[in-house]
Design a protein around this ligand. Structure first.
Ligand code: SF4
Length: 347
């Protein structure tokens, strides 16, 4: 088991629930837009929200951002140790690579400042920014990524700082998998998982689910981000869905639906999407089956908490594996959502 660290009000590692992260894509010094996006991410279920802090103006904006939000926030900083020290007054974690901020005295200065404020550090090594010294060692890329992360961590350890999370990411699934396996073997620091530059929605989701899912199922990983080009709220939804589908967190409903075929009697996709949109932000697990006919539908609905089997004009509703009523197709959505609300309040 990894060691546990405290990030604001959140525990990471040491058997704590795997947390879901995302990152704002507004300029951090645009305070109103950034706070609005943090709020949207939090409402979608993000446990941690990271903000880019490229300059002192952004670091100074964190003071007001902190005042306006209770979300767990992380400052993402490259190279400038003064930004890390400034940000540490207002955030719950700093992402910075100590090997990039200068000599041992600067690392010690940052380590001491963060220790005093109880702010942990995430070391994040990406294949695109692997440092030159590591490239010269001519290690295979996964080993080089892991070695780089551990080298950064050693600099903090030399400064007597151990509140560390590690991450190693590549856009290549196998490289990311292997690099994390090496890290998990060689270190007990909590691991943040992600595939970097994963892409737009469908390809990015497939890559991330394959990589992060494999690692989580083998017991590796304490916190995740599914990186997608576009609206970061989608990243949070994807992260929560992944944990839900792996059974690692059961804090949202699961909507299953049949693929449809020549027997389909209702518009399964439209109904399933409406059901999913209506329930996805509920914080309770239940399984809802939306099925296009009675052939396989009855069996699946019986194994779900709630279900519907479509018919030409009427559909059958199931609850707790029992057929409970037949409703006119125009009322199916409303009836199913009523049953969902009742299930959630009963359970
Ligand atoms: S549940 Fe019915 S409609 Fe849906 S795929 Fe199966 S047989 Fe076809």
């Amino acid at each position: 088991m990894t060691r546990q660290i405290t990030v604001g009000k959140l525990k990471i590692g040491g058997g704590a629930a795997v947390s879901v992260q995302s990152m704002t894509n507004t300029p951090t010094c645009g305070i109103d837009a950034t706070v609005a996006q943090i709020d949207a991410l939090k409402a979608a279920g993000a446990d941690v929200v990271r903000l880019a802090v490229p300059d002192m103006r952004s670091a100074e904006a964190l003071k007001e951002i902190r005042r306006q939000t209770t979300a767990v926030i992380v400052a993402d900083i490259h190279f400038d140790y003064k930004l890390a020290v400034k940000a540490a007054d207002y955030v719950d974690k700093i992402r910075i690579n100590p090997g990039n901020i200068g000599d041992a005295a600067k690392v010690k200065f940052v380590a001491d400042a963060l220790k005093e404020r109880r702010v942990p550090i995430r070391i994040g090594v990406n294949s695109g920014s692997l440092d030159g010294k590591m490239k010269l060692k001519r290690l295979p890329l996964p080993a080089a990524l892991a070695e780089s992360a551990l080298t950064h961590a050693r600099l903090l350890e030399e400064a007597d700082f151990y509140d560390i999370v590690l991450s190693v990411k590549s856009s290549d699934v196998r490289v990311t998998l292997e690099a994390n396996r090496i890290l998990a073997e060689r270190s007990s620091y909590p691991l943040h998982l992600g595939v970097t530059e994963a892409g737009i929605a469908v390809p990015g989701l497939i890559k991330s689910a394959a990589c992060i899912g494999s690692l989580l199922l083998s017991g590796i990983g304490d916190t995740i981000r599914i990186s997608l080009s576009g609206d970061p709220v989608k990243e949070v939804e994807a992260g929560r869905l992944l944990l839900n589908s792996l059974g690692l967190r059961r804090d949202m409903p699961e909507v299953i639906s049949c693929p449809t075929c020549g027997r389909t009697e209702i518009d399964v996709a439209a109904l399933a999407e409406k059901v999913y949109d209506a329930v996805k932000n509920k914080k309770k697990y239940l399984k809802i089956a939306v099925m296009g006919c009675a052939v396989n539908g009855i069996g699946e609905s019986e194994h779900a908490d709630l279900g519907v089997c479509g018919g030409k004009e009427h559909s059958i509703l199931f609850a707790h594996g029992e057929k409970i009523k037949t409703v006119d197709n125009k009322d199916v959505l409303q009836e199913l959502l009523k049953l969902t609300e009742a299930f959630i309040s009963e359970n």
